[in-house]
Design a protein around this ligand. Sequence first.
Ligand SMILES: Cc1ncc(C[n+]2csc(CCOP(=O)(O)OP(=O)(O)O)c2C)c(N)n1
Ligand SMILES: [Mg+2]
Length: 584
Amino acid sequence: MGGSALADQLVEVLLEAGVERIYGVVGDSLNPVVDAVRRAAGISWIHVRNEEAGAFAAAAEAQLTGRLAVCAGSCGPGNTHLIQGLYDANRTGAPVVAIASHIPSLQVGLDFFQETHPERLLMECSSYCELISQPEQMPRVARSAVQHALGRGGVAVLAISGDVLHRDQAFATGKTAGVIANATPAPAPEQVRALASRLNEARTVTLFCGAGVEHSHAEVMQLAGRLQSPVGHTLRGKEWIQYDNPYDVGMSGLLGYGACYEASHEADLLVLLGTDFPYQDFLPGANTVQVDHDAVRLGRRTLLELAVHGDVGATLRAVLPLVQQKTDRSFLDRMLHRHAEALEQVVSAYTHDIEHHLPIHPEYAARILDEVAAEDAVFTVDTGMNNVWAARYITPNGRRRVIGSFRHGSMANALPHALGAQLAYPGRQVISMSGDGGLGMLLGELLTVSMHQLPVKIITFNNSALGMVKLEMLVDGLPDDQTDNSTFDYAAIARAAGIHSLRVEQPANVEPALMEALAHPGPALVDLVTDANALSIPPHITAGQVKGFALGAGKVVLDGGVGRMAELARANVRNIPRPPLVGP
Ligand SMILES: Cc1ncc(C[n+]2csc(CCOP(=O)(O)OP(=O)(O)O)c2C)c(N)n1
Ligand SMILES: [Mg+2]
């Protein structure tokens, strides 16, 4: 390492932790870090237009790769902008270090120009948030931040004044061995035995899977086969468990579909696997056991008969030898049929003349996007109706990734998430499913895409509205108000920024436009003019439910199509062994 300022030491520690880039916007107090990055080999500065986007990009990079990612904001307003993306990263457990540079150290406490207190302000969106006020704290505090981000998963903030960053290093950096992989907690033996006896005693069991089943597809399938149990999932669990799954009964929650809700409520025992699913109204509230690697999550959503602290894979490997083979698969078969029927119904309701619908039906466009996207594409999904389209139309296969602001629920995440995804995987197809509201909120990031020539594919579902909120108002019985985004041609805007762009108003042009954009070697945007009123409310909602029904609080599931999910459900029903091992 060349330099001897504290900023150089900070950069050395980040390099040691495998960091390749820092997302941010330069500025006075941050400039020593920028200069240290310029002089260092193996790390680069990624200039974004808004620090919020930098934090989202780091969140996506960290979430996708599991490796440490870094963003930075200059003193006061520069790091205030980081907040949204840091919340997103922290709640997702994505290892991110945020460098929040601070006003001159001698001015702190005097209401100086740009004064904030980043070490207080950013506490709530991090698990480590410390001020470095003198060189002697380094390099240990920087290493501690790295360790918190990687060890706990989530955000660690380092607040440091520009003048301190300029000072000479007090101690040599040295070398230390970092974390390569965290341990997977194994459950206590008595909990394994208790789990086994519950599973053996219950006549019927349903497994409900969240993001914690990543790496445990095989174990979950083995357990489902042993128990003859339906397997449902959350939005975050979907990418890990829905593919190659003959027990699939779909997704629960407001955006859910299929028979997951019924399977969860009708089973003798519901097993929550690696999920912190927050909507208690979708859970039965009884006959439930939970397995999670993070003990603080146990029992906070519902009453439990048994709480098992352990990694899902480790727990299932430990319990499987003690679980007896169930021979009666009538419950499973009933739920698979129910699931297929539920999907058949919505498909026939929705597919009528869809390819001629004007404005373009967003579900039609989502279905085509699913078909033409690469088998290992990374989809980043904006908060809003795109969550619904992605949940229902993007078919997981174990290689694709689908990420969004699924825990924090912030708008405008998709495009900046795509920046981080594309930088982490330069050769991979990265598709931002953007709402027009979301794109407009961080529109400046089109300039980031163009400036760095990141080949992301931005697909806007441009319904000229805050569509999700329109729907909320409708189900709330409120008049639709202030949800109009006005009509803009995002293709023209992107073209002016030097991005290859297409605007699509006719359904017949959706497929050729998407194919052209996906095949384009550089950045591309497809502005799909879609129908803001595409999503219907299920017919069985009562007036009482419509009145005062808050999104996310009820157990009403939105209506709509389900894409290739219907084919999978049909195939699972076709594959039910005949005759059943033991009839009902
Ligand atoms: C930062 C932020 N502001 C407001 C909201 C509330 N909200 C959730 S979805 C949504 C509308 C999103 O509109 P758009 O991006 O056009 O997507 P659409 O639902 O129309 O597909 C709003 C305002 C939010 N989640 N995050
Ligand atoms: Mg919209």
